[in-house]
Design a protein around this ligand. Sequence first.
Ligand code: XMP
Ligand code: MG
Length: 189
Amino acid sequence: MPKSDNINRIIDHKLFSEDDIHNMCVRLGKQLTQDYAGKKPLVVGALKGAIFFLTDLTRQMDVDEEMDFLDVSSYGNSMKSSGTVKLISDMATDVKGRDVLIVEDVVDTGLTLKFMKDLIGGRGAKSVKCCALLNKEVNRTVDVDVDYYGSKVGNEFVVGYGLDFMNYFRNIPYVGVLKPEIIKEFNNK
Ligand code: XMP
Ligand code: MG
């Protein structure tokens, strides 16, 4: 995707620039390096939204870590959580006895994170924590800890840096708010 005209057509305003995101990764990476010192965490990325954040965050973590991925969906192709979380694709690694760090793009209602924490905890992980880029705390409906996060966000639909609308716009290099007319355009298709 060209990085100018097309993005201007889609994004209403920028929320977090590439520099903002980089600074979040550096800060979180330092904290996680301290907290996981001497451990060998298993970093589990929540597909597909977390892949950009995971690659930048883990390169700021100076610990021996393994990586795996889970594909869990509560949205389908809509903008509101469906309320039911589905396991689309499981990870291969045995989590028994492991310190697991789930990496998420955004925690909204908290349903997806709770599902993943329960799944991994139920399989006997030693610890299960989450590091999310964004924390949409105002929308939380279930009680679940977002142990680490880059920033809080309000109740607006954000795209870019892995975050999607109908599976599009993940490759926008920063996080922005989608223009309402783009949402209408897609809904009329
Ligand atoms: P829940 O409600 O289960 O949702 O906490 C978490 C998942 O919902 C997606 N989500 C968003 N995706 N822009 C997006 O692109 C948003 O503003 C947004 N809010 C929630 C996201 O995939 C997350 O994993
Ligand atoms: Mg998503």
